[in-house]
Design a protein around this ligand. Structure first.
Ligand SMILES: *Cc1c(COP(=O)(O)O)cnc(C)c1O
Length: 362
């Protein structure tokens, strides 16, 4: 048996057809490609955090239910006691858990362009993934198209990112409610960018048994911890909990996230600063000739450059030491689009300077 014959016979065709999720190397660059919070912690804050880690028993398995952290999240996000909460190693793991639990012929629906992991995991599991195009001029939900797709594909799961990634907008809440009502499966509202949006469906959980709300601490400022969570009906969450690996949230993450979320003031201050900078970057972008920036309720801004210019501008920015995300290769509504994460004041100024420079050359 050689690997040439072993590999095609060993793996499912969906796995063989995939390419690995690629993360750009950012060494030495101003990193504005991944929606990270750019701010660090004050020294005394770090010292208190290290104090809490000191007694962590690393020889023991973590609390499999992460009870303390679940309680802290419940308080932090004001999730009423009647809804259950499940934690994941990033919300990516929760997406995987949910999709893994579906029957093999199930289908999955989400607005497109959307978060790529929904499609990536669906494809890997051999599920039928369908993207329903957003409206071209403002990336709003095309409600009739979504309702028709629900009718046609009868999706087991519908993912709606609110605000949406990579477009940054909050969809019309009335349209989202119509989708939840029309759905015969589960609707997951992915609120990864909630800290920047001041809008949520947590308050709607009590009205719909088929609604789940998912969040993450990644965009808030704790991307390195890998912690996401999903809230909703205890019977639905209970099914997912059966296939969760027993110790999926490690002890250091449990302690650190608990520490951070009980010190909300620092993160409120940081997210507020990011929102203020977002308004400045948005104005700068829209005042530049040849650029259209789209309004954002997240910690990034999607913008469109001249036809066929995106690759060159992206490369030129990188050459000047600024890494952002080029979405143009995804094509469709994202042709000629780039996405910049809001950084510190210094980083934002460097980005705009580099962009001005690139634009004058192309
Ligand atoms: C970043 C992001 C996630 C993934 O978050 P992790 O918790 O870091 O896995 C999920 N959904 C959307 C829409 C995102 O942009």
């Amino acid at each position: 048996m050689t690997l040439n014959t072993l590999i095609p016979s060993l793996f499912r065709k969906e796995v063989l057809a995939m390419t690995a999720y690629k993360v750009a190397d950012a060494v030495g660059l101003i990193k504005l490609d991944a929606m990270e919070n750019p701010y660090g912690w004050p020294e005394d804050f770090k010292r208190q955090w290290l104090e809490t880690l000191k007694e962590c028993p690393l020889n023991r398995y973590p609390d499999p239910e992460a009870q303390l952290l679940v309680q802290t999240i419940r308080t932090h996000d004001q999730i009423p006691a009647q809804h259950a909460i499940l934690l994941g190693n990033g919300s990516d793991e929760i997406i995987q858990l949910l999709l893994m639990a579906l029957p093999p012929n199930a289908s999955v629906l989400s607005p497109a362009p959307g978060f790529v992991i929904y499609q990536q995991i669906s494809n890997c599991l051999g599920l039928g993934y369908h993207g329903s195009p957003l409206l071209a001029h403002d990336f709003e939900l095309d409600l009739p198209a979504m309702l028709a797709a629900i009718e046609l594909y009868q999706p087991a799961v519908i993912f709606i990112a609110y605000p949406n990634n990579p477009t940054g907008n909050l969809f019309n809440p009335g349209s989202v409610h119509s989708i939840i009502k029309a759905a015969k499966g589960v609707v997951v509202i992915d609120e990864a960018y909630a800290p920047f949006a001041h809008a949520s469906f947590i308050g709607s959980l009590e009205h719909y048994e088929n609604l789940l709300v998912m969040r993450t601490v990644s965009k808030l400022g704790l991307a390195g911890l890998r912690l996401g969570y999903i809230a909703g009906n205890p019977e639905l969450i209970g099914q997912l909990n059966k296939i969760r690996l027993p110790y999926n949230i490690n002890s250091l993450t449990q302690l650190s996230a608990n520490f951070a979320l009980t010190h909300k003031a620092l993160f409120d201050q940081q997210t507020q600063a990011i929102c203020t900078s977002r308004a400045m970057v948005f104005n700068w972008l829209n005042n530049m000739d040849g650029i259209t920036a789209y309004p954002s309720s997240a910690n990034f801004i999607l913008f469109r450059v001249g036809q066929g210019q995106a690759d060159k501008i992206h490369a030129s920015l990188k050459q000047q030491g600024v890494l952002i995300k080029n979405l143009s290769p995804q094509g469709g509504l994202l042709s000629d689009c780039l996405r910049v994460t809001i950084g510190t004041e210094h980083e934002n100024t460097a980005f705009i300077g580099a962009l001005t420079n690139s634009m004058s050359k192309h």
